[in-house]
Design a binder for this molecule. Structure first.
Ligand code: GLV
Length: 329
């Protein structure tokens, strides 16, 4: 019996990718070239499944060009790169990597929020430029994190993990807005208060965005929302580019309508809006919130587990659209 063929669309931990070779003919991409859409479609020819990342967009066109494709396994918790409706319509399984990155991503979100509030990147750039010649009473004076009001937009697993750090570690008051309210037993230990989006924007000292990207969350934070925030507030985005209108944010930062921002994700990344590069009061990181060795290995491993299960008739651990199971072989 010929073995199914799979594509590993990006470089990943070779020892983890190697586990696929026991089951499948594997075409990998150790040079880690980013495929254009046409290249991706061509590479998927004859493949039953694919290990992909957020860089690979799986849409109706790609699926129609590859009707033999049965499973696309994302090495990411977010899956806005996959048109899930198109997958459903064609019986294609999509999987993601929830849970394994929750605490690591929350650590990073908290660190980015703290770096933003305490102006750590601005201070470092100043020092590296050789401009530090004396102490000054207001030099890089930022705002406190402990005891402040932490606002969370998107209270899923990662949002709750950020909130826990704030409430239990830093004595922060936690408010949040989400599509649905948390169960009381989840709210109570962190004293989290469900508020309207408007109240969240008005009351937060430090707003952390953790909402998944979808057409509904596109530009959830744009000029009108930024205008509701305190001039002393910070905004941290560890969710997805596109949830925040980067041009509007850059304008608000330049005009000090909010104090500072911390951004790990960007509209059109890896390109960054030039206005964000020219304002000083923003901490910029290259989409690394889940990037610890242990967590990235766990994510790769889960994506591999999903792909193996999907194509060998087992139950994939973390399907996005389980309704397509069992897959037609
Ligand atoms: C990273 O952004 C992820 O969705 O895992």
């Amino acid at each position: 019996m010929t073995r199914p063929a799979v594509l590993v669309a990006r470089a990943a931990f070779p020892d983890i990718v190697d586990r696929l070779r026991a089951h499948f003919e594997v075409e990998d991409n150790p040079a880690d070239r980013i495929f254009t859409k046409a290249e991706l479609s061509a590479k998927l020819a004859g493949k039953a499944g694919a290990f992909i990342t957020g860089s690979e967009r799986i849409d109706a066109e790609v699926l129609d060009a590859n009707p033999q494709l049965r499973a696309v396994c994302n090495m990411a918790v977010g899956y806005n790169n996959i048109d899930v409706d198109a997958c459903n319509a064609r019986g294609v399984l999509a999987t993601n990597t929830p849970d394994v990155l929750t605490e690591t991503t929350a650590d990073f979100g908290f660190a980015l929020m703290m770096a933003t509030a305490r102006r750590i990147a601005e201070g470092e750039h100043f020092l590296r430029r050789g401009e530090w010649t004396k102490w000054a009473y207001d030099m890089f004076a930022g705002s406190d994190v402990h005891g402040a009001t932490l606002g969370i937009l998107g209270m899923g697993r990662i949002g709750q993990a950020v909130a826990k750090r704030g409430a239990l570690g830093f004595g922060m008051k936690v408010i949040y807005h989400n599509r649905s309210r948390l169960a009381p037993e989840l709210e109570a230990p962190i004293g989290a208060r469900y508020v309207s989006k408007e109240a969240l924007l008005r009351e937060s000292d430090h707003l952390v965005i953790v909402v998944p990207y979808s057409p509904a969350s596109h530009h959830a934070i744009a000029a009108a929302e930024l205008a509701l925030m305190k001039p002393t507030a910070t905004l941290t985005n560890i969710a997805r580019g596109g949830v925040v209108d980067d041009a509007a944010l850059a304008a608000a930062l330049r005009e000090r309508r909010i104090a500072a921002a911390g951004l790990d994700v960007f509209e059109g990344e890896p390109k960054v809006h030039p206005d964000l590069l020219s304002v000083p009061n923003v901490v910029l990181t290259p989409h690394i919130a889940s990037a610890t060795v242990a967590t990235r290995r766990a994510m790769a491993s889960l994506a591999v587990d999903n792909l193996i299960a999907a194509l060998t008739g087992a139950v994939p651990p973390t399907p996005v659209n389980p309704q397509v199971l069992p897959l037609k072989r």
